[in-house]
Ligand binder design. Structure first.
Ligand code: ARG
Length: 457
């Protein structure tokens, strides 16, 4: 066992206690951030005359060697160490001697871990924003090809009014754009440097916290309160919340693709590379990736609830509870990022059956509102028009036909205001292309909208 403390203890730690307390198994993923922070800390200590320049260069070289040796596999992080911070300091001291023992001057593991986690999370926030741009690009490319691909729009999963595939996809473009904005605002708000907060109350050494913050790219400077600096995990909660929202969006999208890919719909075909089979039913090709993305949403929500609950009862400042901020958060970050990557791949390779979508849009009275609007334009009050078309739909259901199939003389029995131009007024193309309000699926509006979307990616 290699730990950074022990002077005031008379007995060794119980084995099970040691294992229960240790975090090395999961915080070893912070190695790079730990070393980055320690390099800057050492350089700052030397600049302030707290350690010598020679000690500083021994420390910095030693840290660099530890990182490259771990990355090349010649140095293994073992469970003998309590956490990644202990591993780095103990290995450094083994290798360079006394200078290594000076690295922790004016620093606590509390501000060290706060720094490592913030640096790591900031990187993952940035990566997430990039993955969101990738999915926005994939959606945009579907939109560009499908401005005139008609499909039914649904409410209550019942056909409602005709839209286009481009319009439907645009809704997801907006969701992921908001997700990306959330990433940017989290990054901005979190960008304070906690190093130099000490255990909780700062330190008596003349640390240059501004220098450290600047070297590490924290443009908002050092955290303004040292107790908050070591015990703030808001940024992580915000990130988990934003990831949960991304997953919620992906899950809704997955649900639609699962429905669209079903034999009853056949709106889309998922590529073989993104489908799986059944061990017993030879005919099956299942949308497992979409189902797994929908399923994994629960895990990410779980990480958010877990951290919120962990944090809710913690008195100031650092308490060991906070070590629980890592495992589930790491899992949530990996899960959300992988889901986004896989989902984007599935989207890029998916085939849309435009004929099937269009045929579906022509059934189910998706043009009933437009038929009512036609009567309104010919002087019938909307509420009366609504009633007339309702009775017409009932007639069509009995006759098993569409409104478009009813001859003009018959239509005129429902209302004398029907004229020959009704058929064009309720055609799929007219229903869609007359919808020219901002945000609607009409061809001209969509073209303008897609141009704006292209500027976002
Ligand atoms: N492994 C700890 C964590 O992840 C590091 C900080 C430990 N500090 C302490 N005083 N025990 O939170």
């Amino acid at each position: 066992m290699a730990q950074l403390w022990g002077g005031r203890f008379e007995k060794a730690t119980d084995d099970m206690v040691y294992a229960f307390n240790a975090s090395i198994n999961f915080d070893k993923r912070l190695l790079r951030e730990d070393i980055t922070g320690s390099r800057v800390h050492a350089k700052m200590l030397a600049k302030q005359g707290i350690i010598s320049d020679d000690e500083c260069s021994q420390i910095v070289d030693g840290l660099d060697r530890i990182l490259s040796d771990v990355e090349s596999g010649s140095l293994i992080i073992t469970e003998e160490y309590e956490d990644v911070h202990s591993f780095v300091e103990a290995t450094l001291t083994d290798r360079i001697g006394d200078a290594g023992k000076k690295l922790h001057t004016g620093r606590s593991r509390n501000d060290q871990v706060a720094l490592d986690m913030r640096l790591y999370t900031r990187g993952r926030v940035e990566a997430m924003a990039d993955r969101l741009t990738d999915i926005m690009k994939a959606i945009l490319s579907i939109m560009e090809k499908n401005i005139d691909t008609y499909m039914p729009g649904f409410t209550h999963l019942q056909k409602a009014q005709p839209v286009t595939l481009a319009h439907h996809m645009g809704a997801y473009f907006e969701m992921f754009k908001r997700d990306r904005e959330r990433m940017a605002s989290i990054r901005e708000r979190m960008n304070y440097c906690p190093l130099g907060s000490g255990a909780l109350a700062g330190t008596t050494y003349p640390l240059d916290r501004e220098y450290v913050a600047e070297e590490l790219g924290f443009d908002r400077g050092p955290t303004p309160n040292s107790m908050d600096g070591v015990s703030d995990r808001d940024y992580l909660i915000e990130f988990l919340s934003a990831l949960s929202t991304v997953m919620m969006h992906l899950s809704r999208f997955s649900e639609e693709i699962i429905i669209w890919n079903s034999d009853e719909y056949r709106f889309v075909d998922i590529d073989d590379a993104y489908s799986t089979g059944s061990s017993i039913m030879p005919q099956k090709k299942n949308p497992d990736i979409a189902e797994l993305v929908r399923g994994k949403t629960g895990r990410v929500y779980g990480a958010l609830m877990s951290l919120l609950t962990t944090m809710k009862g913690i008195p100031l400042a650092y308490n060991k509870d906070m070590q629980e901020d890592k495992e589930m958060a790491f899992d949530a970050m990996d899960t959300a990022e992988n889901c986004l990557i896989l989902f984007t791949g599935m989207l890029e390779t998916m085939r849309f059956n435009d004929k099937v979508m269009e045929a579906s849009a022509t059934r189910g009275f998706t043009n009933a509102t437009d038929a009512a609007d036609y009567l309104v334009k010919n002087g019938v009050p909307f509420r009366d028009a609504h009633g007339i078309i309702g009775r017409l739909v009932l007639y069509c259901i009995e006759e098993k036909c569409a409104i478009d199939d009813v001859p003009l003389e018959k239509l005129q029995e429902f209302s004398p205001k029907f004229g020959e131009d009704i058929y064009d007024a309720i055609s799929l193309r007219t229903c869609v292309d007359r919808r020219l309000t901002v945000g609607a699926p009409g061809h001209e509006v969509m073209e303008e909208y897609i141009k704006k979307c292209a500027e976002e990616v």
